[in-house]
Write a protein that binds this ligand. Structure first.
Ligand SMILES: [Zn+2]
Length: 115
């Protein structure tokens, strides 16, 4: 009646562990990005002036501004932008408002809306 299961399995002897130690990993030196104070030929004012510290947007327009608009003109736009936002009561959580502002940015800095 009583079934006694004796599952006594002996451990396999000599579990050979294969040490796959790789060579010492060379320390990764992080090349810190050092922003360089540089000048940019500005397409808006036509002068070569101090560049903006970093692209203001993470898109093509941001790169375009960074590459061709000086700090002075950018600051002018920032002031104008505030006026635009207030004037139109823009809610920047609204994608349409951001689109509108992007167009305003391009018109202000580059003189013409995108084609
Ligand atoms: Zn400029």
């Amino acid at each position: 009646m009583g079934v006694t299961a004796r599952g006594t399995q002996p451990d396999p002897p000599g579990g050979a562990l294969h040490g796959c130690a790789k060579g010492a990993v060379a320390p990764v030196t992080m090349q810190g990005y050092i922003p360089v104070m540089s000048d940019v030929p500005c397409v808006r004012c036509g002068q070569t002036r101090q560049r903006i510290a970093a692209p203001p947007f993470r898109n093509v327009l941001g790169d375009r501004i960074y590459d061709s608009i000086c700090q002075t003109c950018w600051e002018e736009w920032l002031q104008h932008q505030t006026a635009v936002i207030n004037h139109y009561a823009l809610d920047l959580r609204d994608p349409r408002a951001r689109d509108f502002l992007t167009t305003q940015t391009e018109t202000f800095l580059f003189g013409e809306p995108p084609a």
